[in-house]
Write a protein that binds this ligand. Structure first.
Ligand code: SI3
Length: 294
């Protein structure tokens, strides 16, 4: 399970100038992270705008990533979709192209019972031999995963962990306990990376990591070496940047604009997520300078 621990970058969506999925941009972005020593990528999650893309677009993105860094980085694919049918198709595709694991939120839009979410996840789990990581993000899905359902799912060998994007470290610790021995817990809120690690998270998956992976790797290494004061200092610096990113018209628009300033054009976010308007670019440039200055 080592390959799933540590800092996993939630990869940004990659589009060309007309807003179509760009395999070329996805390859460049994945290569960029591999070159700076990032361990793994989470493809097609919230940050990757999987829910705003068609099944074919999601497949195209993953194929590009696998062609570039498959076997070199740990690739976790978010296969969650509004329908079980699409999720299963994406799961099978992830296995066919050699991804390391699949992961999914509960199906969105409909108010679903725990039994329904369980069947939805189980269909994906049963459709491949890949490990499965539950994605818990109740603030966007509206589904509150209970420790009972988590414990039940975790009894299966294939269910190796949970990515927890709720902001409660109490819940994180409860999930860790409910999952049993060797069950992975991956921190979701980047602003609480150190807090999550301190409460038992084995690593984290995050959307702001992509513009400052080195800083998160620094927090992680300080934590592992027991240098907690230093880790906290880095987390404070990171949080100043995250707070500014969250004041922009959109977080992902801001992150993508930062990548563009660094010569990696991965397009704008897809609507309804807003791009950064021209008069917002000064703030983005200042943020980029602040990150590079650390
Ligand atoms: O792309 C993904 O699926 C994520 O990594 C989601 C991640 O947990 C993000 N959380 C939410 C609610 O979107 C964080 O990375 C988040 O963007 C960050 O902590 C800033 O608030």
């Amino acid at each position: 399970l080592e390959k799933f621990k540590g800092v996993i970058v939630a990869m940004y969506s990659c589009y060309d100038a007309s807003g179509e999925v760009s395999a070329e941009a996805a390859r460049k972005l994945a290569r960029h992270y591999a070159n700076i020593g990032v361990k793994g990528l989470y493809v097609g999650g919230s940050t990757g705008e999987g829910m705003l893309q068609s099944v074919d677009e999601r497949k195209k993105t993953l194929e590009a990533v696998m062609a570039e860094v498959g076997g070199e980085m740990t690739i976790i694919v978010h296969v969650g979709a509004p329908s079980t049918r699409d999720s299963v198709e994406l799961s099978k595709h992830a296995e066919a192209v050699g991804a390391d694991a699949i992961s999914a939120v509960p199906a969105i839009y409909y108010r679903l019972s725990p039994a329904s979410v369980e069947r939805h996840w189980q269909a994906m789990i049963d459709s491949t031999s890949l490990p499965f990581i539950i994605y818990h993000i109740p603030q966007t899905t509206g589904f509150q995963l209970s420790t009972e359902l988590l414990a039940k799912m975790a009894k299966q060998d294939k269910v190796i962990g949970v990515k927890i994007s709720s902001e409660s470290t109490f819940e994180l610790q409860q999930f860790k306990a409910a999952g049993g021995q060797d069950f992975l817990v991956l921190n979701g809120p980047d602003e609480q990376f150190l807090a999550g690690r301190s409460m038992g998270a084995d690593g984290g998956i995050g959307g702001t990591y992509g513009v400052m992976p080195e800083l998160f790797m620094k927090i992680d290494s300080c934590f592992k070496e027991g240098k907690l004061d230093e880790a906290r200092e880095w987390q404070y610096k990171v949080n100043t940047i995250i707070a500014a990113l969250l004041r922009l018209p959109s977080l992902y628009g801001g992150c993508k604009a930062i990548m563009r300033l660094r010569g990696l054009d991965i397009g704008e976010p897809r609507m309804p997520i807003l791009p950064i308007p021209e008069d917002g670019m000064a703030a983005v440039k200042a943020l980029n300078d602040a990150i590079l200055g650390h």
